[in-house]
Structures are given as C-alpha cells and as structure tokens.
Design a binder for this molecule. Structure first.
Ligand code: ADP
Ligand code: ZN
Length: 621
C-alpha cells in the first residue's frame, strides 16, 4: 500500500488518505468490483484515479455531466496525468482526433458520456484497447429511485458485455438510501462487490434554518456580512431565480444566474463566470450544480425549501468541498411547501411508468417532502436530524448548527396538543393540517365555513396561540407519532395509538422551543461560539487566526493563482485550492522541500509553478 501513498503524494500532493479512500483503492487494485458511497466532498475521485494510475491499462470513467468531465480532466492534466474526455461538447473533428489519440494509448484515463459507449466508433476503440477498469461515477443515475435517473446509464451493462475481457468495475455515489444502493449493485451486475460507506457528516459545514418575514432582506443582510466570498443561492423556480438575481444585481452584488430557461450559451457563460470567479454569487435552480467541482464555495443559501433531504444535502454539500469552514442556510417559507406539493402533483417525469408505480412514486415524494419540512421545524440538532435521515447515528449535539447554538427551553405544550388532537378527532379525521390549524385558531374563512368547522367544538379554542406556534406543535405531534398524515395526495391528519394518552391527560407533551429574543450581548457571544467551533473544525489551520502579514500574503498568493489560472486557461481552484494557499501561509516554505510538504502541492505542480509561489512567499516574509 506504500505505493498508492506515494502516488497520492506525487500527483495530488496529499500526505494521507481520508476515511475510506485507502480501502477503496486497495480493493480495486486487488481486482475486486468495488462500490464506494461517500458524501460530496469526501474525495471520491482520488479513489479511482490512483488505481487508474497504477493499473497497467486504461481506465474508462463514465460520468453523466459534461462540466464534471471537463473539470476533472483539467485537474488531472494540471497534476501531470494524461486524461481526456469524449462527449458531445467536442466537434466531430475533435472527437475523431481524441479517439485516435486514445487508440495510440496516449491517455491513461478517459472520461466518456454514457450515450457514447455503444456507438460504433467507441466500441471499435474499446474492443481493441487494454481496459483495466471501468468506473461508474454518480452511479445512482442507474436507479429510478434516485434523484437523477438517466436511461443512458442502462447502456453501461450492454457495453461491458461487448468487451472481450471484463475489466474491474467500480461505482461511486453520494446517495445513500438502501433502494438506490441495491439498484446500483443489481443493475450494474457488480460481482461480489466490496462496498465501502463512509460517514455522511461534513463537520466543516455549519447548518442553519431561518423563517424570516422578508427572505430577501434577510439574505441581503447575510451577503453583506460575507463579502468577497463565493456562494450559491438556490431557488425552487426559474421565476424566483430571475427575481432574486435582478434584485441582487440592482443592489450591486457580483451575481450571475442559471436555470433551464436560459440558452445553452448563457448557461455555459454564466457557469464559467462563477467558476472562474468573475461572478461571486450564483443564483440558480437545482439544474445547476451536479458535476460542479468548485471547491471554494463558502456558502449555499436555499432561498426556498427544496423537495427532499436528498436534494438539500446534495445542494448544500456543494459548500466547503475544500474542507474549510462553510455555511448552509435554509430560508423557510410556508409557500415552499405549496410549490413543492404542486410539483409532485404535476410531475411529468414518470410518464412511462404505469399508474400504480406512478402513485407509489408520488406517495414516496410526499413523504420525503414531509421529512424535509420537519427539518425546517425541528429544534433538535440539524446535523443529527440529517444523519439519522440517511441512516446514521449522530450525537444529538454538534455545536455547529443553528439549533445547537440557540438557547432553548422546554415548554409544556400539552394544552395546545390537546386542542389540535381533539379537533382531529371531533372532525372525524377527514381534514389536512391547514384546516385543523385554522379551526383551532378560529379563522373566519369561506373554506372553514364551507366545511362547517366553525361549528366544531374546538373552533377558536387556541385563538391566542400564534399560527406559527400551532404549526410547530402540529409538526412535533407528527414527528413523535401522536398524529400522522396519510401519504396520498389529500394528506389527511389521522389519530395514532398514542393520541388517546394525550387527550386523556395521561401523557404530557414537552417541546424544545427557542427562548424569546435574547439581548444583543448574548447574541454576540453566540456568534463567538460559532466562530470558535468553525475554527476548531477546519483541520488544524485556518484563516481566522491569520496575522495581518499572513492575510496580506494570502491575498498575494491568491492574485498569483489567478494570474496562473489565466495563463493555463483553467479555474483558479484547479491550480491550488484555498486550503492549499492557507496552508502555504502557515508553513511559509523557503525551499522546494518545504513547499512539497504543503497539502495539495504535488511534484508535477511544483515543477510547473511551485517556484513562483515560493518567490511570492519569500517576497512577503
Ligand atoms: P467528491 O467527488 O467525493 O465530491 P472530490 O473527489 O472532488 O470529492 O474531492 C474533494 C476535495 O478533497 C478535492 O479538492 C480533493 O482534491 C480533496 N481531497 C481528496 N482526497 C484528499 C486527501 N486524501 N487529502 C486531502 N485532500 C483530499
Ligand atoms: Zn447541531
């Protein structure tokens, strides 16, 4: 295994493997099919790139997105590895040329789009080539249960069947649910695969949920407090993207946008503006991001609640891939639930499914939406909630999420709970959450009168409790099984076997609720605490403790990086990550040897531009 460690240092400049990496590399090298499930940012690419460099033949990497291929190939080329991609972004001429080079054996690693696999030209090459390994990246794309099912991924098995010798197959994904996992193994016909799952926790990410009255104002305030940082703002619809983008631009922010309604050209340009740092903030729908490897994203703000936890964790996870502290803020609004519900009810993605499957998918989606909503309402540790969702056990205090950093108190909400449960019971379990809440609150609307809920014995019983609190209690009751909601499209609130105990007074319901507005001094100390936590998080070295001189040095190194990136025609983070620059400021290397100890400085990169960084450091010290 010392060999793999050497390759890691020489090409990628890293001293040690992260959790799971060595096991995956070893398994592939031993010739066994291998399946790696790791969260975004954990370092999946290295797990197949290192064996690719060590195996005798070529490695093919199947990847769904053009931008991802481009990014990875650029990264490899900068590290001194011969790699290429074959996809629709190449002209016919370029494609033929690249394939020609591939035939000559010029590339060690070739990224290929799944649609290309069974084309004549590619097969012709693949049948004669010495292929040691086939990597299926973003492997969840084979599963209809997954987020991004791609029919073209089903061609992979057909392709493997056409090869004279079956290579080692490895598959990687960040999606962990069991259905998807099983699907990947079954559909790709992995043979007795070694499965490695690493923790889903991303300790460097801070998670927060806010329900501001004015989302825009609150986001603007956040952005003003985080100047010159790269970040993504996710919105649920194109309309929101346009609106938010326009307002941010009018307010003088460096901002661009991305959604499916733009032309290919616009999307490409805007994406590059963001990646190359010409625009600091990207406002986008979920169409943006898959395959975006930008490692220095410092925050991801969700302007709307996404449709499920899988999407949320994937999108939020685009922050802080370099391991430095980053923040994930979700701005919740009641309308978000309605919009998502609408998408589920009008989903056209599953046209080819039969009626029964379609209904099952819709029910599953509603259930997922509900769990996403609970995330926005829980007062427990957000990280813990997320990890539990993905089947892991966290500790129930992380110290780096908005709930862990909020002062809570235990509040007895039994009376409110009784009113709500009583209302469900007396209306014979026929209504959804909104009708129940409006009834106990005593809303005088046509809908309530239409259902005659104004004659319900609990009508107006909780008029003094604010609606948001009623909603919190309603969610709490569902989360802890005192009530449940049907999974069909009517989402009717039903009693459970636990409801009776609350009504009869046998059981009290206690909820953790945020303490009323604290005085400013205390808020300050909370911020301090968060800051300290984040500092502890960032593996040993952090910019927050920089002296003025180190700060200046960092800015110089960053300018040099931009200059080199421009010369090389690659994004700055492909030259060196922020983390590498921070480490450089701490180490202040004076010699080649010193420089090679900096995390992320490999030999090839050192030969290319290490000297210039060395001079820059020396000029400053
Ligand atoms: P994933 O594909 O799992 O989302 P990447 O492969 O893009 O993650 O890796 C995320 C970041 O972590 C990259 O900047 C990568 O260079 C870095 N990285 C990967 N492995 C290591 C390691 N062993 N030591 C330090 N950094 C690493
Ligand atoms: Zn927490």
């Amino acid at each position: 295994m010392r060999e793999a460690g050497k390759v890691l240092k020489q090409y990628f400049g890293y001293d040690s493997f992260r959790e799971g990496q060595e096991e995956l590399v070893e398994s592939i090298l031993s010739g066994q099919d291998t399946f790696g499930i790791m969260p975004t940012g954990a370092g999946k690419s290295i797990c197949f790139q290192i064996p690719a460099l060590m195996l005798p033949g070529i490695t093919l990497v199947i990847s769904p997105l053009i931008s991802l291929m481009k990014d990875q190939v650029e990264g490899l080329n900068q590290a001194g590895v011969h790699a290429a991609y074959l996809n629709s972004s190449l002209t016919a001429g370029q494609y033929v040329k690249a394939l020609g080079f591939a035939k000559e054996g010029r590339y060690k690693i070739i990224y290929v789009a799944p649609e290309r696999l069974v084309t004549d030209g590619f097969l012709d090459f693949a049948r004669q080539a010495d292929i040691s390994m086939l990597v299926v990246d973003e492997a969840h794309c084979v599963s209809q249960w997954g987020q991004d099912f791609r029919p073209s991924y089903l061609k992979i098995v057909e392709f493997i069947g056409k090869l004279p010798v079956r290579p080692v197959i490895s598959a990687f994904t960040a999606t962990a649910t069991k259905e998807v996992r099983d699907d990947i193994i079954d559909i790709l016909l992995l043979q007795n695969p070694k499965v490695v799952t690493t923790g889903f926790d991303r300790p460097n990410l801070y998670f927060a949920v806010q329900s501001p009255k004015d989302k825009y104002a609150s986001m603007k305030n956040y952005l003003e407090l985080h100047p010159r940082q790269s970040g993504i703002v996710y919105c649920l619809t194109r309309k929101y993207v346009e609106e938010v983008w326009e307002r941010l631009q009018a307010d003088g922010f460096s901002v661009t946008k991305y959604h499916a309604g733009l032309t290919d050209r616009e999307r490409k340009d805007n994406q590059e503006d963001f990646i190359y740092g010409r625009s600091e903030i990207m406002v986008a729908t979920n169409a943006f991001g898959m395959g975006i490897d930008k490692s220095d994203v410092r925050f991801v703000v969700h302007y709307n609640m996404p449709k499920n936890m899988e999407s949320y964790y994937q999108e939020a996870g685009r922050a802080g891939r370099d391991g430095e502290a980053a923040e994930c803020i979700l701005l919740y609004g009641g309308q978000d639930v309605v919009t998502n519900q609408f998408f589920i009810d009008n989903n056209r993605d599953n046209q080819e499914l039969d009626e029964v499957s379609r209904r099952m998918v819709a029910e599953r989606d509603r259930d997922r939406l509900r769990k996403m909503t609970f995330y926005c309402f829980t007062n427990e540790c957000l990280r813990d909630y997320t990890l539990r969702y993905f089947g892991e056990y966290g500790s129930n205090y992380c110290g780096n999420c908005s709930n862990c950093l909020t002062q809570f108190e235990n509040v007895d909400v039994t009376e409110t709970a009784k009113g709500i449960i009583g209302c469900v019971e007396s209306s014979r379990q026929r209504f959804g959450t909104n009708v129940i809440i409006d009834t106990v609150h005593g809303a005088n609307t046509a809908k309530i009168r239409g259902y005659r809920m104004d004659a319900n014995p609990h009508y107006g019983e909780l008029a003094k409790v604010p609606v948001f609190r009623l909603r919190q209690v309603m969610n709490h009751l569902q989360l802890y099984g005192y009530l449940r909601v049907t999974a069909d499209e009517y989402a009717v609130v039903k009693l459970t076997e636990n409801s009776g105990a609350v009504l009869s007074g046998e059981e009290t319901v206690v909820m953790k609720l945020a303490k009323e507005q604290e005085h400013p001094a205390k808020t300050g100390s909370r911020e301090e605490k968060a800051k300290k936590n984040r500092r502890d998080m960032a593996a040993g070295f952090s910019r927050e403790e920089f002296t003025q001189q180190e700060e200046t040095l960092f800015e110089r190194l960053r300018a040099l990086r931009t200059e080199i990136a421009r010369e090389e025609g690659v994004p700055p983070y492909i030259v060196f990550s922020d983390k590498t620059l921070v480490h450089m400021c701490v180490v202040k290397p004076a010699t080649r040897e010193d420089m090679l100890t900096v995390s992320g400085v490999g030999e090839f990169k050192y030969e290319k531009y290490g000297e210039r960084f060395l001079l820059c450091v020396q000029g400053e010290v």
